[in-house]
Design a protein around this ligand. Structure first.
Ligand SMILES: Cc1cc2nc3c(=O)[nH]c(=O)nc-3n(C[C@H](O)[C@H](O)[C@H](O)COP(=O)(O)O)c2cc1C
Length: 265
């Protein structure tokens, strides 16, 4: 893969595709990659390619491709965080091949997609993404949508990350800066950026700052967002030669946010 920084900064949601089918070579690479994806929770995620035309699937925000990938897994605790991590690995890999994607958890005919994914009784389908080459120009609908959710902006570093008492800066974050900056630039549902990280000594503790109106249930888009953040942090930390160790141990820091997991460097 390319530098994480390049992939993270180069990625944006793609909802308007150029109508050319993905080359067999790229498709083979994607399929090979899907088979070896894992996540720190050790929960298997199965990916399946779908054809929206043949299978009659509707995802109204997307134009210019019929190819989709869906993710399914067992309905178990931490499924959202796990799929967030695993699906984001796929999204970044697609990005490295020049293939456009967009996380879709809401704006689709969910029942039709779930049927096409052939879910077993104990399985869930958290999300899907179209796959294709990005069109040169976005549809008007996509342009309007991006404006509406301010998709191009992100919160400031110090608003998201702290040392427990003071906001972190590039200097005070030290070796945590690059991995955290990669978290800051991550995609999130409706661009709400619910990830908060508290750094203590050599550990980054990830918290969920729940957005009003975004309820957690079996499928929890904001916990998926935290899984994406864990993925960016882990990849970026490894890239600069650190050895992040995943732990689930609430440090008991006083906060209203929900503790999710930590990376110890
Ligand atoms: C968990 C999750 C679910 C999402 N669901 C949808 C969706 O249903 N429809 C959609 O158009 N975009 C969806 N998005 C894309 C976000 O709106 C997008 O990532 C965010 O606005 C930031 O824009 P960017 O990806 O271009 O950086 C989702 C993103 C995430 C992470």
């Amino acid at each position: 893969m390319n530098h994480i920084d390049e992939l993270v900064r180069g990625r944006r949601s793609v909802r308007t595709f150029d109508a050319n089918p993905i080359s067999q070579e790229d498709l083979d690479k994607l399929c090979a990659f899907m088979k070896q994806i894992d996540n720190p929770y050790g929960l298997p995620v199965e990916f399946k390619l779908l054809d929206s035309k043949k299978q009659n699937l509707s995802c109204p925000v997307v134009v210019g491709t019929d190819l989709y990938v869906g993710a399914k897994m067992k309905n178990t605790p931490y499924l959202n965080e796990a799929v967030g991590y695993s699906f984001e690995l796929l999204i970044l890999y697609a990005q490295s091949l020049g293939i456009g994607t967009v996380w879709v958890g809401g704006t689709m005919d969910r029942a039709a997609f779930e049927q096409a994914m052939e879910l077993a009784e104990d399985e869930v389908m958290p999300c899907v993404s179209p796959l294709g080459y990005p069109a040169k120009k976005m549809s008007l609908r996509e342009t309007m949508m991006r404006k509406g959710i301010k998709a191009d902006s992100r919160m400031a570093f110090g608003e998201l990350f702290s040392d427990g008492t003071a906001p972190l800066t590039e200097e005070s974050a030290g070796k945590f800066f690059y991995p955290l900056e990669m978290v800051r630039l991550a995609p999130s549902a409706v661009n709400k950026q619910p990830w908060r990280v508290v750094v203590t000594e050599n550990t980054a503790h990830f918290y969920l700052k729940r957005t009003k109106g975004f309820h957690g249930g079996t499928l929890d888009m904001q916990k998926i967002d935290i899984g994406i953040a864990l993925c960016h942090f882990d990849l970026a930390a490894k890239e600069i030669g650190l050895t992040p160790r995943f732990v689930q141990a609430d440090p008991g820091i006083a906060t209203e946010d929900e503790y999710i997991a930590s990376y110890m460097l």
